[in-house]
Write a protein that binds this ligand. Structure first.
Ligand SMILES: NC(=O)N[C@@H](CC(=O)O)C(=O)O
Ligand SMILES: [Zn+2]
Ligand SMILES: [Zn+2]
Length: 360
């Protein structure tokens, strides 16, 4: 698969994105092509306004996503349910059985973008979580406490100590994905648990630490939740991602917002990384001398955790000499304005090439 010594190309099974925000309407049309270009499937987050809590709404949203996929590109959205205080175990199980959704997302109320209808008490939804454990349905967690008096850089580690560890002990069978982990604490926690607790890691948290938000001034395009942490945490994430441990897999958390909503007195959280994420991840694996582990992280660990088949197609990632490299757009039109992507205007070090079916 990997040629020794600074390979110029890498052929792997087509990757999947296990955490993405595709939004709706004009924004959906603007962003879907980027995700579908890099990924065969994606776990689509349900934090629309209003949130997606009913089966019919989720099915209709899936159809809108499919309609936005460019002709000739194969892309399968994997849908999720938005957990609220009132959703019932029966509804969650029915949607899993009829394949409306493959997982449910737990947003602690007010923890992040569009989480106002999220869960106010994990204890309050225990019957739902027990049902999910029983039927083998994964729980996806935005892992931050919401108490505004807690330092924002400590909200993930405190979530582990006060909520997640207790939940894992209470329901040891429940499959849990600790989404977009940002701390060494989260990495250590996942490693301390059996294989049913896993984590996604974003490309941006492998590249930036919290300094990025303040470099020469306030940089809203590096603000997301959970917020980037100190350098030691970034290094722990790079270790985990490139370790080959199947509990860590790719989830971009690509989260587009219009530039005006980010460049504001109260800017939105979220980085739009879909156009550059795959190359950004690959660069990390190259820097860590772990190209031979890239396919596991990008294409194999996620399906294994979710109990889904790996993709039959392959892609070739070819190194681009910087002079001729494709550049990430400086801005991408959406609605009546634009989105500023991660690595805006920069050269992509790797290019995704035509996919081929794996010979039998
Ligand atoms: N990551 C973010 O900063 N924002 C996400 C929400 C989320 O994933 O928490 C969004 O929907 O914009
Ligand atoms: Zn989140
Ligand atoms: Zn997200």
């Amino acid at each position: 698969m990997t040629q020794a010594n600074s390979p110029t190309a890498l052929t792997i099974r087509r990757p999947d994105d296990w955490h993405v925000h595709l939004r709706d309407g004009d924004m959906l049309s603007a962003v879907v092509p980027y995700t579908a270009h890099s990924f065969a499937r994606a776990i689509v987050m349900p934090n629309l306004v209003p949130p997606l809590t009913a089966r019919a709404e989720v099915s209709a949203y899936r159809d809108r996503i499919k309609a936005a996929v460019p002709k000739g590109v194969s892309f399968e959205p994997l849908m999720t349910a938005y957990l609220t205080d009132t959703i019932t175990p029966a509804e969650i199980a029915a949607g899993f059985a009829d394949k409306t959704w493959v997982a449910a997302k737990l947003y602690p109320a007010k923890a992040t973008t569009n989480s106002d209808f999220g869960v106010t008490s994990v204890r309050g939804i225990l019957p739902v979580l027990e049902k999910m454990a029983e039927i083998g349905m994964p729980l996806l967690v935005h892992g931050e406490v919401t108490d505004p008096s807690v330092d924002i850089f400590d909200r993930e580690s405190l979530f582990i100590d006060t909520i997640l560890a207790l939940l894992c002990d209470r329901l040891p069978e429940l499959k849990i994905v600790f989404e977009h982990v940002t701390t060494a604490d989260a990495v250590a926690f996942v490693k301390s648990r059996p294989q049913n607790v896993a984590a996604t890691i974003t490309a941006h948290h492998l590249h930036i630490n919290r300094n990025a938000m303040f470099q020469g001034g306030l940089r809203p395009h590096f603000y997301c939740l959970p917020v980037a942490k100190r350098e030691i945490h970034r290094l722990a994430l790079r270790d985990a991602a490139t370790s080959g441990d199947p509990r860590f897999f790719l989830g971009t958390d690509s989260a587009p917002h219009l530039a005006r909503d980010k460049e504001s007195a109260c800017g939105c959280a979220g980085l739009f990384t879909a156009p550059s994420a795959l190359a950004a991840y690959l660069q990390v694996f190259e820097e860590e001398s772990a190209l031979d582990r890239f396919e596991g992280f990008a294409s194999l660990h996620g399906p294994a955790f979710y109990g889904l088949p790996v993709n039959a197609q392959r892609i070739t990632l070819r190194r681009s000499p910087s002079a001729s490299a494709e550049r990430v757009a400086a801005q991408i039109s959406a609605r009546d304005q634009h989105i500023v992507p991660f690595w805006a205007g920069e050269a992509l070090p790797w290019k995704i090439e035509a996919e081929a079916a794996i010979p039998a």
